[in-house]
Design a binder for this molecule. Structure first.
Ligand SMILES: Cc1ncc(COP(=O)(O)O)c(C=O)c1O
Length: 357
């Protein structure tokens, strides 16, 4: 018999994003559901991005710019990086896959703090690499443990700060110490900063400022959270021009669609929406944290737009919240059994959530 499929697929469980919001609302017989399970923007998309999408709609018969040139140039200006140091992807998700396609081979080791954002592991395994798990120390990334696991075969280390799902950061000094210890022949260090806009801790490092000193660092960012463009799928990686050149060799020719490109470009200029989003998330995160503490819940201080809270009856609570129209994530599905993970919502939603808890 001809063997059609790669054996590695047998061990992979497809990423389960659950039912669509629309299908779930139908199933529950509710006209309105608030999703706090995907860390989306509670204010909705940048209005400037929506206007840009409307303007561009009549041109969707034309292929997009395969190089996302205007967007990379604008990102370069805003981030203080050269456009040649940036690749735009169909969400940061695509970039995680691109890193694996470009760099990982069977026999390579990829160190992944566990739990972490699931696609790191899935992409690496698909590429045939061996996952070397490094357990979190409680809710924190344990860089001493990660360092002990680095070998000659280590191709990459996947770091996330602020961390999904743990909500914690890697402090600047620990990160710099780790990168210094890896030395000039370091593996790739992927630093996923999808939630950096919600981090108000001065002890957090902006990965892009470290690229000059650590040329094997790859920083991931996204328009999904801060700009509210999750449905358009636009993320980007910033790294050395040599690294970006390797990613460009493996990406699809038109990987970012026309609407995504113009929306992201417009969102970059929408400082009012960014400020409003950050203000809302920080205020409501503080409110939720204070109220949860008053009620006796334990959780790490969040530096992201979501919280990870220890509960005694996660599955029941999640089901009860769902019946009341609020979707949250059962921690068991993201490696934290006995927890709920939920995004910071609007005040009204947060009050309802607290009353149901
Ligand atoms: C840590 C982390 N990285 C990357 C992503 C993916 O972002 P995108 O929507 O740009 O694919 C997410 C999405 O939730 C995330 O939590």
């Amino acid at each position: 018999m001809r063997r059609l499929w790669r054996p590695v697929l047998d061990g992979l469980i497809p990423y389960d994003a659950g039912l669509s919001l629309e299908a779930l609302a139908r199933e529950l017989g509710r006209s309105e559901l608030v999703r706090l399970s995907a860390n989306e923007n509670p204010l909705g998309p940048s209005p400037l991005a929506v206007a840009a999408v409307k303007r561009e709609a009549a041109r969707i018969h034309l292929y997009p710019d395969g190089g996302s040139t205007a967007l990379r140039e604008a990102l370069g200006r805003s981030l203080g990086a050269a456009p040649s140091q940036i690749v735009v992807g169909n969400g940061a998700d695509e970039l995680i896959a691109l890193i694996a396609t470009a760099a990982f081979e069977p026999g390579d080791e990829v160190i992944v703090p566990v739990p972490s954002f699931e696609p790191y592991e899935i992409s690496a395994r698909l590429a045939g690499a061996r996952i070397v798990p490094s357990p979190l120390a409680g809710y924190d990334t344990d860089l001493d443990d990660v360092l002990r696991r680095v070998t000659d075969r280590t191709k990459a280390v996947m770091l996330c700060s602020p961390h999904n799902p743990a909500t914690t950061i890697i402090p600047r000094r620990a990160l710099l110490g780790f990168l210094d210890a890896l030395g000039p022949d370091s593996p790739l260090v992927v630093l996923d900063q999808a939630y950096i806009d919600f981090c108000d801790d001065p002890d957090h490092a902006d990965g892009i400022r470290l690229l000059e000193r650590y040329p094997r660092l790859v920083v991931l960012r996204t328009f999904s959270k801060i700009a509210g463009l999750a449905g358009l799928r636009v993320g980007y990686a910033v790294a050395s021009a040599e690294t970006i050149d390797r990613f460009n060799r493996v990406r699809a020719p038109y990987n970012v669609n026309r609407l995504g490109q113009v929306a992201a470009l417009a969102a970059l200029d929408d400082h009012a929406h960014v400020d409003k989003t950050v203000r809302l998330v920080l205020e409501e995160r503080a409110y939720l944290s204070a109220e949860l503490t008053k009620r006796g819940y334990a959780f790490p201080p969040s530096r992201a737009n979501f919280l990870l809270v220890a509960v005694s009856d996660a599955a029941d609570l999640r089901a009860r919240l769902m019946r009341e129209g609020i979707l949250v994530r059962d921690g068991a599905s993201v490696g934290f059994p006995g927890h709920l993970r939920f995004s910071v919502g609007l005040r009204e939603t947060n009050e309802k959530l607290l009353s149901l808890l």
